[in-house]
Write a protein that binds this ligand. Sequence first.
Ligand code: GRF
Length: 218
Amino acid sequence: MVNLGVLVSGSGSNLQAIIDNIEAGRVDANIKIVISNVPDVYALERAKKHGIPSRVIPHRGLKREEYDQKLVEALRDQGVELVVLAGFMRIITPVLLRAFPLRVINIHPALLPAFPGTHVWQTQIDYGVKFAGCTVHFVDEGTDTGPIIIQAVVPVYDDDTADTLNARILKQEHKIYSQAIQMYAEGRLEVQGHRVLAKGMPKAPDSFMINPPAKILE
Ligand code: GRF
């Protein structure tokens, strides 16, 4: 059983998926606290509905390091072991990372290391990639550069908009974030340099997708 602290800034659909998977017994974790830097966001409602303690810690007027120190205190107070960034729209400093070394994870709506940064749905469409996806990674001191734990791939279609692609990616985010937490809880993740090895996980060496579909091979 791993004690989580979930940091949010918005709607919290990833938080919801994690809550649902914990309640269904699929993830061996306990959300000790949900912290938002923004008041009145829907993620806080979700926590409340499920009886999970939550706090608003506003960032206004604080240096990034000062803010992170507050986060560290709040997370330590609750005995948090793994910090889960779920739509938390703040840049994390070494203050948080040193307090939780290789214990801060994030989800990003692209197949890293391609398309780091924010609002990357339209960027992926404009680039013309035929596949997009999402990535759960350990957070390091760079932006979206930390060791990759798990990724999911989705196709990109000619008539996609940022919204349709976001929706397709988000569905997979809701699966892989919980999967990453469960692998952590099971002690399967071993970081070697920049690689994360997932000990004892099954392989699917013949799985593949082609987009547009390979009509000539049907
Ligand atoms: C998702 O797009 C995620 O990839 C990004 O922030 C968004 C969070 O959405 N890191 P939600 O608040 O979990 O619905």
